[in-house]
Write a new protein. Structure first.
Length: 446
């Protein structure tokens, strides 16, 4: 067990610390979230980010091949013998001038970080490589998660690779079939709760506590350590210089929380000179963060956000029996578990929060598919959000922007087919019916 990393409560009035040999997803003293922190003086961290590139020369080393463990000094919470990898993080940062024009950016200034190339097809694999490494270190035999889709697919895949049992909770009718098919195919036991993701999240925590299962949702601080590496790869593919802006979907707020922590640590270590700004984009049908930050002025406040504001808003949701609704199932969450860590990330990155409609998400998704690598609906919220921020003048046309595309387009094929076939948006591309006649077919070809 390493002595260079430890778990710490994010509540400054508690600040309890625990070694990494324990599996917990909340502070046992006050119930708040936990972070993983490092004794950097005990870690041989490279002097500059570009030093990590030497590992590209040893692709036969599975840890060097991994887009997570290639940066292992920056998430050094376990020994190499425990590290789990199935080739995650082989992702690309794609320049996209067509989408730059659509959003009002200058040519060469918009890039898409495509996480759909991960083994299970989403960014979640970065976090699973890290969290299953910790699970292996503590000897976990069974794991569980609540999911809107991507988490279940990634957990089931990594659990299978580790020989760990896997239990998945999903909400009734609240999961994309492309994602659910993966969890079933990879051998997870799937339990469908009559409720939404927030109900599933509550139940999985209770089950894990009662049965001693290893929790893989983003309450798990080790999972967020793996998700930090998405930012390292953006920096890597940008000539080791951070972008001006990072744009990321909202949802359970694990990514935004992880990214903020990543930049804080890199700046602390002197590996970057500036911290990018961050924009977090929600769907209007699941816009808790937008409401709390923009309308109710909720702030990090040095680790002491106003809990009464959060409790008051959640009480309002309960009183009107609110359940989130958006085509972007991955961010269809009304009580994000990483809310407070995200507030910290907003503080670190001078961040902004916006919400976009389902119609805007669908149109942006169609354009990503037409001009890029394709993406799941939640990913496209970043493009729709960027368009808003350009129109507002928040982001300048000449700034360098990296939008995180969180998942593969085949995660939700039903939405894609319906958008095009049923002509649901201005960029629909439906099939054309033709008679079984050569001359008539040729007449239809543009």
């Amino acid at each position: 067990m390493t002595d260079v990393a430890y778990q710490k409560c994010i509540n400054p009035d508690c600040g309890a610390e625990f070694d990494c040999g324990q599996a917990m997803f909340k502070c046992p003293k006050c119930g708040e979230l936990l972070d993983i922190w490092y004794n950097w003086d005990k870690i041989k961290v490279p002097k500059k980010m570009s030093d990590f590139s030497r590992r590209w020369g040893s692709r036969d080393n599975k840890l060097d091949f991994s887009g997570v463990w290639r940066f292992r000094e920056l998430l050094n919470f376990c020994e190499d013998k425990y590290k789990v990898t199935i080739g995650e993080g082989q992702t690309v940062l794609q320049r996209n001038d067509a989408l730059a024009e659509y959003t009002g950016m200058n040519p060469g200034r918009l890039h898409l970080q495509y996480e759909g190339l991960n083994p299970s097809g989403s960014f979640k694999d970065n976090g699973m490589a890290a969290s299953f490494s910790h699970a292996k270190m503590v000897g976990a035999k069974s794991s569980a998660c609540a999911s809107t889709g991507n988490t279940s697919a990634a957990v089931a895949l990594y659990a299978h690779s580790c020989g760990v049992k896997c239990l998945v909770f999903i909400g009734s009718g609240r999961i994309a079939f492309g994602k659910l098919s993966q969890a079933m195919d990879y051998g997870a036991q799937t339990i469908q709760i009559l409720g939404d993701f927030d109900d599933c999240m509550r139940q999985v925590q209770a089950v894990c506590t009662k049965l001693g299962l290893y929790l893989l949702n983003s309450l798990n601080p080790f999972r967020l350590e793996g998700q930090k590496t998405i930012m390292y790869r953006i920096i890597e593919q940008s000539g080791w210089q951070p972008a001006d802006w990072i744009i990321v979907p909202g949802g359970n707020l694990g990514n935004s929380s992880a990214f903020g922590k990543a930049f804080y640590e890199l700046k602390q270590l002197g590996l970057i000179e500036k911290i990018p700004r961050m924009a977090i984009i929600n769907a209007t049908g699941a816009d808790t963060l937008t409401e709390l930050v923009n309308n109710r002025n909720l702030k990090w406040n040095d680790g002491r956000p106003d809990q009464s504001v959060i409790d008051g808003f959640y009480a309002e949701l309960t009183a009107r029996n609110f359940s989130p609704h958006t085509c972007a199932s991955a961010i269809e969450i009304s009580r994000p578990v990483n809310l407070k860590k995200c507030l910290r990330a907003i503080d670190i990155c001078n961040g902004v929060v916006r919400a976009v409609s389902d119609e805007e998400i669908k149109d942006a998704k169609a354009l990503v598919g037409k001009h890029g690598l394709g993406c799941e609906p939640a990913s496209a919220a970043t493009i729709a959000g960027l368009k808003h921020l350009r129109q507002e003048g928040i982001i300048a046309a000449g700034e360098k922007v990296a939008c995180v595309l969180t998942g593969h387009p085949l995660k939700d094929p039903e939405l894609t087919v319906n958008y095009h076939q049923k002509k649901q948006g201005q960029f629909s591309n439906p099939p054309i019916e033709a008679p079984n006649d050569l001359d008539e077919i040729i007449k239809l070809i543009n």
